[in-house]
Design a protein around this ligand. Sequence first.
Ligand SMILES: Cc1cc2nc3c(=O)[nH]c(=O)nc-3n(C[C@H](O)[C@H](O)[C@H](O)COP(=O)(O)O)c2cc1C
Ligand SMILES: O=C(O)C(=O)c1ccccc1
Length: 344
Amino acid sequence: MDKIEIAGIVNLFDFEKLAVSKMTNMAYEYVASGAADEFTVRWNRQALDAIKLNPTVLVDVSQIDTSTSLLGLDLPHPILIAPTAYHKIMHPEGELATARGAGAAEAVYVVSSFTTTSLEEIAKVATEPLWLQLYVRDDRSFTKDLVQEAEYQGCMALCVTVDTPVAGARNRQQRVNFALPNGVHTPHMHDAFALTKSLTWKDIEWLKSFAKIPVLVKGILNPDDAEKAVETGVSGIVVSNHSGRNLDTVPATIEALPRIAEKVNKRIPILMDGGIRRGTDVLKAIALGANAVLVGKPICFGLACGGAEGVTKVLGILRNEFELAMALTGKATIAEIDSSVIWK
Ligand SMILES: Cc1cc2nc3c(=O)[nH]c(=O)nc-3n(C[C@H](O)[C@H](O)[C@H](O)COP(=O)(O)O)c2cc1C
Ligand SMILES: O=C(O)C(=O)c1ccccc1
């Protein structure tokens, strides 16, 4: 039954439609919802849709090359799996299925601190690089231990999430009384409410002082913060509004991206997430200054619809659409994608 339904899926939006019937209402509401009135959730998509493309014709696109390098990694394509919590509420195989799906799709998987499977188990099945998304806790020694465990398990980078000193006003989660079902645990976090509210740039320096792997900060929207990130010596930033789950009415990430890219001026890599659903969205993000993008919700829905196979299919469709978008705009390599591809 699953297989037949998955086979009928042709784009990332289809996954959400199918996932509604596959997930518990509580899990669906957790994944699909944003904060407050969900303006930012909608703006992420609307802003991408509103950007028009400016194709160049009569370019040899017989060889499309989506490969890129990022923080010392050679990636066959610039699409990463964004960190999302609690995969066992979406599919019984949880993060193991996500890691297997990422492996088959040749994608970096950024594991959430709120993984419901241990890093050790995930690392055993992963065949592509894992990064760890880090939520810093009040207990800094707990955080240090987690970083060292991530390094021990072979994680290749840390994404420190900096846009969540508190979670947003998540009304839809409140309405369903969101809670983890019995038997689902977060082995590296224990308590969702022990996140620290006192995180500052000093803590980023502290993390950098002992981390043996690159440290990125995730959740930058303000160009001045991007400048501070560069000054602090982080290895990269993730332009993100947490998919509109924290502060509602912040701008779409694709709107914030060009100013941040201008400020950063290629000194460090820029990743971006928020509403990436089409190959043309990947192209637009790269054209406006991103080195790579991440996808969050579609991975959750793919996981819910078809486990590892669903995750692979989400990434495969997006990668294929990106190749089509490159060919149809006359860009054969990532390096050629610049703002000339945007209709002004
Ligand atoms: C269900 C869900 C759980 C998430 N959990 C985390 C998390 O644990 N840590 C984190 O840094 N970001 C988390 N995020 C944010 C994502 O990493 C990412 O920024 C966002 O989902 C990307 O936008 P998209 O879902 O529109 O692709 C979560 C997002 C969703 C949808
Ligand atoms: O749901 C989220 O977006 C998220 O980042 C989070 C925050 C606290 C606990 C688990 C996930």
